[in-house]
Design a protein around this ligand. Structure first.
Ligand code: FAD
Length: 451
């Protein structure tokens, strides 16, 4: 027997929840949200570690303090979410070499300015070129960073701070400030707050049967009359429309199949979008041995291998006395540590910390390594559109195919990669779907007449 609804939403991350909320608020009450895991939140996920809640996925509300208000900042204000201001720009002045010396401010600043200038001129020359040959020519034209400090700065610039090179809508529209979420309830409480507004909840638990957890969707079949969705446990759901909010990494994998198969323009666009893997590794220590004064929240390790345990943050601003360090790895380094044991990763991290702070520092008592790449419901951390890409790519990723609509951070034209991108994309997709539903209702009498 199958369950029916007007709209099925696949995924209960921020985009799926915001999409469902818009539908319900506009009178489409019989929605069904199918979520693969046992929780809502997706890439917004809190876990307790070393007596404090840490954010495995999104950690910052990025883009605050500008002319326009970031909608996620508004949600946070309504929930009295506890946050701390973060200043990434400090990082470039706390760059350690392998012997534990900090590079003098002048050298670091000069290298930084040089790297920004070179990135800007590269970007400008790319903009003047045809998109198809841009990547190849950029590689030929650029002189790649070579020394450990150049590699470290290249990593901060390209894997963290692109705002200084390319105007990023998040910072242009919403402001340049970033706030780290430091709340016992976790970043995910914003989703629960949203869910409370349209789903039945009791004592913080969602008890509404329009949300079904542990439902791994494997197949979406569409016909002229509707959509049939099949899950791994053999359940079958029917609806008029479906909204897919699974990540771009999931769409690139073979977890979900579509019948009839998605058209080529769609699958090609999906495969073209890069997926960024971004991993925050948490380390707990018996006591603090790193500098914790003003301007020292972030520090950098300059190594001859780009991205090798480069970017560090202490959590004393968020949770004083927590004695936790976070090191961020990306892409190939993320995949490498995901494939090895946490003990091996701990050994590597300790050796890096001993380079920076000496051999007498205490050994970490615990480590937490999230595995976003190997998580079959994520397959990476967020979408990473090529710097110079034509808007067609995003439009094709976002475009509906018949009764199948697509949402998620990767469908946000201006804010892909961010929590607010997911939030706004969910709303926008539902608005387009409502429009489509209205049109098809208007057409119905006409069709009946012609039949
Ligand atoms: P998701 O949250 O991925 O939701 C999709 C849901 O679909 C998931 O719950 C998944 O389980 C479910 N799903 C997948 N496949 C299926 C299936 N087959 N059947 C049923 N359900 C399925 N953003 C910021 O703004 N600030 C940050 O500081 C920040 N840092 C980040 C750090 C990391 C490590 C990561 C991973 C992300 C970070 N982001 C950050 C990005 C942000 O988390 C995402 O952009 C946003 O949460 C994506 O929301 P979404 O709804 O599009 O997708």
């Amino acid at each position: 027997m199958s369950t029916t609804a007007s709209v099925i939403i696949i995924g209960a991350g921020i985009s799926g929840i915001s999409a469902a909320k818009v539908l319900v608020e506009n009178g489409v009450e019989d929605v069904l949200i199918l979520e693969a895991t046992d929780r809502i939140g997706g890439r917004i996920q809190k876990q307790n570690f070393g007596d404090v809640p840490v954010e495995l996925g999104a950690g910052w509300i990025a883009g605050v303090g500008g002319k326009e208000s970031n909608p996620v900042w508004e949600l946070a204000s309504r929930s009295n979410l506890r946050t701390c201001f973060s200043d990434y720009t400090n990082a470039r002045f706390n760059i350690y070499d392998r012997s534990g010396e900090i590079f003098p401010t002048g050298i670091a600043a000069d290298s930084y300015t040089k790297a920004v200038d070179s990135a800007i001129s590269k970007l400008k020359s790319l903009e003047a070129l045809d998109y198809e040959c841009a990547g190849q020519l950029a590689e030929e034209a650029s002189s790649p960073p070579k020394t450990p400090i150049e590699l470290a700065i290249d990593f901060i610039l390209h894997d963290f701070e692109m705002a200084e090179v390319e105007p990023i809508s998040t910072y242009v529209d919403f402001g340049e400030r970033e706030f780290l979420v430091a709340d016992e309830r976790g970043y995910e409480c914003l989703l629960y707050k949203m869910a409370e507004e349209f789903l039945f909840t009791s004592h913080g638990n969602i008890l509404d049967n329009r949300l079904k957890l542990n439902q791994v969707v494997r197949e979406v079949q569409q016909s002229r009359n509707g959509v049939v969705v099949k899950t791994e446990d053999g359940s079958v759901y029917e609806a008029n429309y479906v909204i897919v909010s699974a990540s771009i990494g999931v769409l690139q994998s073979n977890l979900l199949s579509f019948q009839p198969p998605l058209p080529r323009w769609k699958t090609e666009a999906i495969q073209k979008c890069d997926v960024m893997v971004y991993t925050k590794i948490f380390l707990k220590f018996p006591h603090c041995f790193w500098p914790c004064g003003p301007g020292q929240e972030f520090f950098i390790y300059a190594h001859e291998l780009r991205g090798y345990f480069t970017f560090w943050q202490h959590m004393e601003n968020a949770y004083p006395g927590s004695n936790i360090l976070v090191v961020t790895l990306t892409n190939e380094q993320s995949k490498r540590v995901e494939a090895q044991s946490d003990q091996e990763t701990l050994k590597e991290a300790m050796s890096v910390l001993r380079d920076m702070f000496g051999s007498t520092i205490p050994y970490a008592t615990d480590i937490l390594v999230p595995r976003w790449w190997n998580n079959r419901f994520q397959r990476g951390s967020y979408s990473n559109y090529p710097m110079i890409s034509d808007n067609k790519l995003l439009q094709n990723i976002k475009a509906p195919v018949g009764r199948i609509f697509f949402t998620g951070e990767h469908t946000s034209e201006k804010f892909s990669g961010y929590v607010h991108g997911g939030y706004l994309a969910g709303m926008e997709t539902s608005k387009s779907l409502l429009e489509e539903m209205k049109q098809s209702l208007l057409l119905q009498p006409l069709l009946a007449f012609t039949e």
